[in-house]
Ligand binder design. Structure first.
Ligand code: NAG
Ligand code: NAG
Ligand code: NAG
Ligand code: NAG
Ligand code: NAG
Ligand code: NAG
Ligand code: NAG
Ligand code: NAG
Length: 592
């Protein structure tokens, strides 16, 4: 390893000189927080000479160390590199922002403390909060779709077994004779073909929901190629398909893939022309037909967030752009001034919830990235939890996606005492359509029309290993949470799937191995099941009880970079879709 590395180093140094030399030795020395900060210092030196030098040196190292295919190295660094260079020109590489950047890029310096901040509220909690009581009326059905990741360049017959993160496409370096030709309706190494997305929407329509929610990620995962033009046409095309296939309204939210470069949503304080206003404008126009004119204006003016009333129901859907709390959004690291509420998303949420409380409505919050995982910044996760606790009587549900998995996260009134009595809310996480993390699926909820609580949650799936799948995907019930989990916790017939129910289920998972392993299989709808031993089980249960990211058990230990990619639980790869984080930690590993 060392010998090859030294050869590579010598070669690169000859080709592009001193800048690369400095970077390479810094890469080679990186193995803890201080050396990671030194590495940022070395990158800062290059960034100060301009974006072009930064991109060229960085790309050459990536290619020479064989970290990724050359076109993938070049594509990622060309797209995401200028944001990192911009950050490094503006921050002190020994400060807190630099430490957070080391955390995001390499899983180092993760111990930086929470920045305490008290979220301001317009009014104190009401002395006598409105009571929402079930009258036992028949439930409303709601569909929850997520992470469709439609690849409009999916090519039947293209190589499905490639060395890139997404296959089934004619890439410039694709082999002439594919070893595994892509079939019509999808492959586990590839994002969804349009035919699979159409099939999903036809199944949703057949089940006739009162309305649907979509928790983000329209755009496919070949993120080293995706540009603003593709994002715009992908978003527009999916909006058109939703409109043509679904007769009931759909309430959508934005995912981290729904921008270009991937994950990039600039803060207004960055005063850059490279903000994501093009996304907000595209979705404001595309979503207006379902969310109404006022909410559409909010999408445009509030960085993709909106609050809309569901027609005929005392329920508001509040959509938040969670990407402003996402570690892999590198625009969040361009200042040493701590900014508690980038783009005012938390303030927007507070105002929308206050309006719902004042009107006597209940609210559901929808967003892409659930707050409890390792990939959400601990500060904003904590502030969001303060909002949740304040408006707990108004918030009847929270729905997210992003992990591609069928999961949940429980919020407690006291996180030091995680009991059924203290469980106050639950975030339900929807499975993905894309076959890259298991069988394609969506959720169907039965909702009490008086309380807007979830009475049942069912997963509908199609089996990609089934011979019929490539002819015409067959959708069917995978399991109902009420039917399968209800008896395990002794759920009473008139009780909804309350936060206490989900907490009690985690208690069952801790002692009943069979039940836990069933959950472990359900996570990916029986496809791509990962083994989960006792440690993994412990971490997985800890994470179910971590609505705030400061409470999860995933925090990677400071030290060796690639540790973060070792699967210790069911957490989505924190570097998902982020070329820079993958490239940097792989470079560090390759130099050891
Ligand atoms: C902003 O966009 C311009 C023009 O597309 C590009 O040259 C520049 O590198 C971008 N800056 C950042 C920080 O992404
Ligand atoms: C960077 O921060 C350190 C303390 O964290 C301070 O000593 C140093 O002077 C700062 N450098 C600059 C250029 O502001
Ligand atoms: C996929 O490609 C790898 C080499 O890149 C090869 O080892 C493997 O056998 C291939 N799989 C199939 C199913 O052809
Ligand atoms: C939260 O729980 C801890 C541990 O049981 C307890 O010491 C603390 O007093 C509780 N806090 C509140 C506000 O009840
Ligand atoms: C959860 O468990 C507690 C303690 O066993 C029990 O009192 C409570 O009724 C259970 N709640 C639900 C919803 O299952
Ligand atoms: C454990 O869970 C399984 C279902 O996964 C169930 O059949 C069994 O009865 C449970 N065992 C106990 C002791 O509750
Ligand atoms: C999917 O189909 C394969 C092949 O028929 C079968 O082995 C597998 O059990 C099925 N998976 C599920 C979750 O039904
Ligand atoms: C996980 O392990 C820790 C330490 O061994 C233990 O304190 C904790 O109770 C375990 N948690 C679960 C959910 O089993």
């Amino acid at each position: 390893m060392w010998f090859t590395f030294l050869l590579a180093q010598a070669f690169v140094a000859l080709v592009i000189g001193d800048a690369t030399d400095g970077l390479l030795s810094a890469v080679q020395n990186t193995d803890d927080c201080p050396s990671c900060l030194d590495l940022l210092g070395a990158f800062q030196t290059v960034a100060l000479t301009g974006d072009d030098a930064f991109i060229v040196s960085f790309t050459n190292i990536c290619i020479e160390l064989g970290v990724l295919d050359p076109d993938v190295c070049a594509g990622y660094i060309e797209r995401e590199g200028p944001i990192l260079a911009h950050d490094l020109r503006l921050i002190n590489t020994t400060g807190q922002t630099a430490q957070k950047l080391c955390d995001a890029l390499m899983g180092m310096c993760v111990t930086h403390p929470l920045n305490p901040f008290t979220v301001p509220f317009p009014k104190p909690p009401p002395a006598n909060p409105k009571k929402f009581v079930s009258r036992g009326r028949p439930p409303i059905r709601v569909a929850h779709l997520s992470d469709v990741h439609i690849d409009r360049m999916y090519t039947v017959g293209a190589e499905a077994n490639c060395t890139k993160s997404i296959c089934c496409r004619d890439f410039a370096d694709s082999p002439a004779n594919p070893t595994v030709p892509a079939l019509p309706n999808g492959n586990s190494h590839c994002d969804s073909p349009v035919s699979l997305a159409d099939s999903l929407l036809e199944e949703v329509e057949r089940l006739n929901p009162r309305f649907s929610i979509f928790t983000g990620d329209v755009v496919e995962g070949a993120t080293w190629i995706v540009d603003q033009g593709e994002v715009t046409t992908d978003l527009q095309a999916f909006n058109a398909e939703l409109a043509s296939k679904l007769s009931a309204p759909i309430f959508p939210s934005l995912g981290n893939h729904d921008s270009a470069p991937v994950n990039a949503f600039a803060r207004t304080t960055s005063h850059t022309a490279n903000n994501s206003q093009f996304v907000f404008e595209t979705q404001s126009a595309g979503w207006e037909q379902w969310i109404g004119q006022n909410a559409a204006l909010q999408v445009d003016h509030n960085s993709g967030c909106y609050s809309a009333k569901v027609p005929g129901l005392d329920l508001r859907i509040i959509a938040v752009n969670t990407q402003f709390w996402y570690k892999q959004n590198y625009w969040l690291y361009d200042s040493d001034v701590v900014q508690p509420d980038p783009n005012g998303v938390i303030a927007f949420l507070v105002n929308a919830l206050q309006a719902a409380e004042d009107a006597g409505d209940r609210a559901w919050i929808i967003g892409h990235i659930p707050l409890g995982k390792e990939d959400t910044l601990i500060d904003q996760s904590n502030y969001y939890d303060q909002v949740l606790q304040r408006y707990i009587n108004t918030i009847a549900g929270q729905f997210f996606g992003h992990s591609h998995k069928d999961q949940f996260e429980i919020a407690y009134s006291n996180y030091s005492e995680q009991t059924a009595a203290n469980a106050v809310s639950v975030a339900l996480i929807g499975p993905a359509l894309t076959p890259t993390s298991g069988n394609p699926a969506f959720k169907f909820y039965d909702i009490d029309p008086d309380t807007f609580s979830v009475v049942d949650s069912s997963v509908i799936f199609t089996n990609i290993s089934d011979a019929e799948f490539q002819i015409s995907p067959k959708w069917g019930l995978y399991y109902s949470a009420r039917e399968t989990y209800g008896p395990l916790v002794g759920l009473a017939p008139d009780e909804p799937l309350s936060p206490a129910f989900w907490h009690n289920l985690t208690e069952v998972f801790a002692v009943n191995e069979t039940a836990f392993q069933m959950f472990n299989t359900f996570i990916s709808r029986g496809g791509a099941v990962t083994e989960c031993d006792a440690d993994c089980q412990n971490t997985t249960i800890c994470d179910m009880r971590a609505f705030r990211s400061q409470d999860n058990c995933d925090t990677p230990a400071e030290g060796f970079a690639l540790r973060r990619r070792v699967t210790t639980s069911h957490e989505h790869d924190a570097c998902e879709g982020s070329g820079l984080a993958y490239i940097l930690s792989s470079m560090v590993a390759a130099s050891k």
